[in-house]
Ligand binder design. Structure first.
Ligand code: FMN
Length: 206
């Protein structure tokens, strides 16, 4: 059972990555293999909307997306950790999600089979049955909207979403500072989140 953490901050000393590392560590203590991929420095362009993935089952744009998508499809759980930018996900994460979600839909399904016929026969996405959860970090406000954005992506892509005793949000970054330790409550939330992810993974893979 493997959990992939996607760290989506462009900052080297990242608050969201610190919370993600903590959560991945909590998962490995519960027997889950973990890996982190850092989007910082990776070249992932926005989706061009060309629909070629619906026919060819691959993305026409060749950049670092392919390597990240391969890690996503190999994982049993994916955690998305990111700074909140204007109450939303940061742009590179959105680019990854647009491309991964659309390609992931068409790898198993035939878009032409559904046209004008009331829908195609659903064969699942590249992410069906995987466990997913967001970790949204902001200095002050906007977590809920950005968190909900990721939930919408997860739930349209056939993930199983795990919760905790509060939303997975961290409050950090005053003046750009790296200070996740100022929000100790977040660690309790993320620890319980890891407990839930591990428990669901163990049941799914029993
Ligand atoms: C372009 C930009 C937009 C931001 N928008 C918000 C926001 O909407 N709400 C907020 O509370 N903080 C906002 N912040 C602050 C970051 O979310 C905060 O500093 C966070 O801790 C950074 O996480 P990181 O270190 O993982 O990049 C913004 C920062 C930047 C650079």
């Amino acid at each position: 059972m493997r959990a992939l953490g996607i760290s989506a901050s462009p900052r080297e000393d990242s608050n969201s990555r610190a919370y993600l590392e903590f959560t991945l560590n909590e998962l490995s203590e519960r027997g889950i293999e973990t890996e982190m991929v850092n989007l910082r420095g990776l070249d992932i362009s926005e989706c061009r909307g060309c629909y070629s993935c619906a026919k060819t089952k691959e993305c026409a744009q060749k950049d670092d997306f392919q390597a990240v998508f391969a890690k996503m499809t190999a994982a049993d759980a994916i955690l998305f950790a990111y700074p909140v930018y204007h109450a939303s996900e940061p742009a590179k994460l959105k680019a990854l999600m647009d491309r991964a979600g659309f390609l992931g839909r068409w790898v198993n399904n035939d878009i032409s089979a559904g046209q004008g016929k009331g829908g195609y026969q659903w064969k699942g996405t590249a992410f069906s049955g995987k466990v997913g959860t967001p970790i949204a970090v902001a200095r002050r406000a906007g977590h809920a909207f950005a968190f909900a954005q990721t939930l919408l992506w997860l739930t349209v892509n056939d993930f199983i979403v795990t919760g905790s005793h509060y939303w997975n949000v961290g409050v950090a970054g005053t003046g750009g500072k790296v200070n996740p330790e100022d929000d100790q409550e977040a660690y309790g939330i993320l620890s319980h989140q890891a407990e839930n992810i591990a428990s669901v993974l163990k049941k799914l893979h029993a």
